[in-house]
Design a protein around this ligand. Structure first.
Ligand code: ADP
Ligand code: K
Ligand code: MG
Length: 477
């Protein structure tokens, strides 16, 4: 049986998921219920015993080698099976740890309908994995069904951020901002890893078929691909910046009626190996902040300046990975404060004991990486606010105030800015310029996942420099 013979509906859904640079509406995918009706995923009831058993297992620390070892396309069926079996060996434990962590929240918080929905999503996803628990995947037929389970998992958890944001906003009387930030930092970082594992298998599954022209990432003139699953080994940060600029400019124009200019300097041709969807998330959030500040300050005439500064190649990197850590830390693009914050292994895994092991180390021969500076003249951040910018849900976005300053106050005042921002049609706040307060902390979580970081330098009264540092995650050809 050919790998290509798979249900079309799920194929188009997956392709949409893997087209980060294509215009797309996240909520437009088929619903979980439809997916069930179409494909009848097997499920097995999750008992408390299951959760206890799985959560007591140590977490397999994810390494970059796990993600790339199943190789480049064209993939053999064996490689695909071993990817599926690796995925199957690690996800149930990860989900059980998440369920336990949700259950450890104060009861009144878990009882909140939004938070409870997230809990139930995890139970659902675990229930679709349990039927596979005692089994090795050794046939293409099973591998296809398993990929459908992975697609369901990715889809089920697609709107987690906005649902959690709403839940914690509703439950804010019962839990302190500090506790929320602690929970979310762990939960959302663990989610990044879990999604990456599932998405990597889905992407490998599709790269194993001959129809690679389905992916808009590939240069149609070249039959070879620069992709290893979700990793693009020839990712140009400048092209991500331009793509995100287009999205953010639209939002800005809609909200304020103007859009600032953006210039890119440094080395726009620079390419390295990274996960484009991660970069896309981070850059979008950073540009939203820069655009908003610039327009609110009335500084649209001053361009937002993006500088792409590759870290120097260093032959020492190849000797051992620790040397690379030291090297990257010291090469802070002339900004010691910023550099010292990077590459410190702050990644968080599903539990404290696995915290450091979740740090994904570079492969030998991987490119050192890049620092991207986003500089705006939006007035900077006041010292009082600066203390809180990394807290989930801290925002200075205020619909009324903006309406007043921009359009003379004749817009309706809802007083529910954050909730409005959450309920944007795109889900997960993607359609609003600001308001959730998740942009910086979650962006940093993505950057730190592969050993990078984000540092914010504010010149109060003038503007802000944001340094996004990213490490190459694989080898260039
Ligand atoms: P949100 O954008 O939803 O408010 P973020 O976490 O992205 O949440 O940012 C938190 C706050 O940090 C913003 O509300 C804003 O006050 C401040 N901030 C972030 N970036 C900038 C910037 N470039 N210029 C001025 N203020 C900024
Ligand atoms: K924030
Ligand atoms: Mg923001």
């Amino acid at each position: 049986m050919s790998i290509v013979q798979r249900p079309l509906v799920i194929q188009s859904q997956l392709i949409r998921q893997y087209c980060p640079l294509q215009t797309r509406t996240r909520n437009a995918g088929i619903s979980r219920r439809q997916l069930h009706q179409h494909h009848g995923l097997r499920t097995k009831t999750v008992t408390d015993e299951d959760i206890k058993r799985l959560a007591s297992r140590p977490l397999h620390p994810l390494t970059l080698a796990d993600l790339v070892k199943h190789g480049r396309p064209p993939l053999s069926a064996q490689a695909l099976f071993s990817s599926a079996n690796f995925t199957l060996s690690t996800l149930p434990t990860r989900l059980a740890h998440r369920i336990q962590s949700l259950r450890n929240l104060p009861f009144i918080v878990v009882s909140n309908p939004q938070i409870n929905k997230i809990h139930n999503n995890y139970i659902h996803s675990l229930s679709t994995l349990l039927p596979w628990a005692e089994q090795e995947i050794t046939t293409l037929e099973d591998e296809i069904k398993f990929t459908e389970v992975m697609a369901d998992l990715v889809q089920t958890h697609a709107n987690t951020i906005s649902i959690l944001a709403r839940g914690f906003l509703e439950a804010r009387k019962y839990i302190s901002p500090r506790e929320v930030t602690r929970f979310l930092d762990e939960h959302l970082r663990a989610r990044i890893g879990t999604r990456l594992i599932a998405e990597q298998h889905i992407a490998l599954h599709f790269s194993s078929q001959p129809h690679r022209e389905l992916s808009p990432h590939d240069d149609p003139s070249s039959p070879s691909t620069s992709w290893i699953g979700v990793i693009d080994t020839k990712l140009r940060p400048a092209s991500i910046v331009r793509h995100c600029e287009a999205t953010v400019s639209e939002l800005c124009e809609l909200k304020y009626g103007v859009r600032p200019h953006l210039t890119i300097n440094g080395e726009p041709e620079y390419a390295f190996a990274h996960v484009p969807v991660h970069l896309e998330y981070i850059i979008t959030e950073l540009l939203k902040n820069a655009f908003r500040a610039t327009v609110e300050r009335g500084m649209e005439r001053e361009p937002i300046e993006v500088t792409i500064a590759p870290l120097p190649e260093d032959p020492v990197c190849e000797e051992n990975e620790n040397t690379q850590h030291a090297h990257v830390t010291n090469a802070g693009q002339g900004n010691v404060d910023v550099a010292s914050k990077f590459f410190t292994g702050q990644d968080v895994a599903d539990n404290a004991s696995a915290t450091l092991s979740e740090t994904i180390r570079p492969l030998a021969h991987s490119t050192p990486g890049v620092t991207i500076r986003i500089r705006d003249r939006g007035g900077g951040i006041s010292p009082e606010n600066y203390e809180h910018i990394w807290d989930y849900s801290f925002t200075t976005f205020n619909e009324d105030q903006i309406s007043n300053s921009i359009s003379g106050g004749n817009r309706s005042s809802s007083g529910m800015d954050a909730l409005n921002a959450i309920s944007g049609a795109g889900g997960d706040g993607v359609n609003s310029l600001a308001g959730l307060g998740y942009g910086l902390p979650l962006g940093r979580a993505y950057a730190e996942y592969f050993g990078g970081g984000i540092a914010v330098q504010s010149m109060w009264g003038w503007g802000t420099d944001v340094y996004l540092s990213l490490r190459g995650v694989g080898m260039l050809e």
